[in-house]
Design a protein around this ligand. Structure first.
Ligand SMILES: Nc1ncnc2c1ncn2[C@@H]1O[C@H](COP(=O)(O)OP(=O)(O)OP(=O)(O)O)[C@@H](O)[C@H]1O
Ligand SMILES: [Mg+2]
Length: 312
């Protein structure tokens, strides 16, 4: 049976809370914290589960925080291949200031991995032989080479799996130079991939076509925040508008989008349908507070709105 695999080199425990107001020097009383396992590929696997699918998450995990991380992920019933590491898994803190409704996101540095540890992660992916889709998502921690997603792209080709990358900067450039199945940059990531300072939405199509023509990817889904997304392949150019919703938090929108795309592709849907579902899932994620990912019922409702072209 074919399957979905995600790889996350820099997983984290996301600790979310809220406070009456952010004031320096004073003790601030926080609401009971919510703890969730996070990091790009981890979120994608969790969102796929919420949509009714299944993905195996491959990730490094270390120390007491790592054990706790593994426990949180197991509570969500996510199949996991865990590479034990010497250093502790990191924790991030997300704080909502209720007086302003501003959300502060404190990200701790990624846990350094040794060469032996990151090589074990690659080997673990290689051993998941029935993978139809491999998704690499998220930043790279210290110790991991910037061309690791290019190495994974090679592995995916050997395995006959479709490789999807959602990352930024140099890691994204290296992956694209090797050639992958699908890239999901936002506007900022696309402009840096194209070596430009800034991009206007009107330029997206031509830039994406150029990147595809150079063999860097077969499919590009450029996410455009509240505006939705643009799907580009050699033959397709399709703008998908996001339905208007009351936005609570955009954290996890990109990961929910990737989850929706892969979940639908795995179900045998077309690229246009999969991108429409991806937009529905990304937008559904913004309806929830904090780090909460998309809910299936919201995603399904938004998808039917998109399909009917019933968006104003
Ligand atoms: N403010 C918003 N309103 C409605 N939908 C949104 C909004 N922000 C994001 N989305 C949805 O989520 C998708 C992905 O969002 P975005 O383009 O912000 O990705 P991203 O920059 O990669 O996000 P992330 O910060 O999660 O990595 C969009 O294509 C859209 O469907
Ligand atoms: Mg993103």
């Amino acid at each position: 049976m074919s399957s979905i695999v995600t790889i996350t080199f820099s997983p984290c425990i996301d600790k979310s809370t809220s406070i009456p107001s952010l004031i320096p020097e004073k003790k601030i009383k926080c609401a009971p914290p919510k703890l969730e396992p996070g990091g790009g590929g981890i979120n994608v696997a969790r969102a796929i589960k919420k949509l009714g699918g299944e993905a195996t998450a491959v990730f490094p995990s270390g120390g007491y925080t790592g054990k706790f991380f593994d426990h949180l992920l197991a509570k969500d019933n996510i199949p996991a291949v865990i590479i034990e590491t010497g250093n502790e898994t990191r924790e991030n803190i997300i704080v909502l200031d209720e007086s302003t409704n501003d959300q502060y996101r404190f990200g701790m540095p990624g846990t350094e991995l040794s060469e032996d540890e990151w090589r074990q992660c690659l080997k673990a992916v290689e051993e998941l032989k029935d993978a139809a889709y491999i998704i690499a998502s998220g930043s790279l921690p210290p110790g991991v080479p910037l061309n690791i997603y290019a190495m994974l792209a090679k592995i995916a080709k050997k395995m006959n799996a479709k490789f999807i990358v959602d990352t930024s900067g140099e890691a994204l450039k290296h992956a694209a130079d090797e050639g992958v199945y699908l890239l999901k940059p936002n506007l900022g990531e696309l402009s840096s991939l194209a070596g430009k300072k800034e991009l206007r939405p009107g330029e997206v199509k031509n830039i994406a076509k150029e990147i595809i023509a150079k063999g860097k990817c077969e499919v590009m889904v450029v996410s455009l925040g509240a505006a939705g997304a643009m799907l580009v392949t050699k033959d397709i150019t399709e703008k998908i508008t996001a339905p208007p919703v009351v936005k609570k938090s955009t954290v996890g929108a990109g990961d929910s989008m990737v989850a929706g795309i892969v979940y639908f592709l795995m179900e045998g849907k077309t690229l246009v349908e999969a991108t429409q579902y991806g937009v529905a899932c990304g937008t559904a994620a913004t309806m929830n507070p904090g780090t909460e990912l998309c809910r299936k019922e919201d995603a399904d409702r938004l998808y039917s709105l998109i399909q009917k072209g019933n968006i104003h």
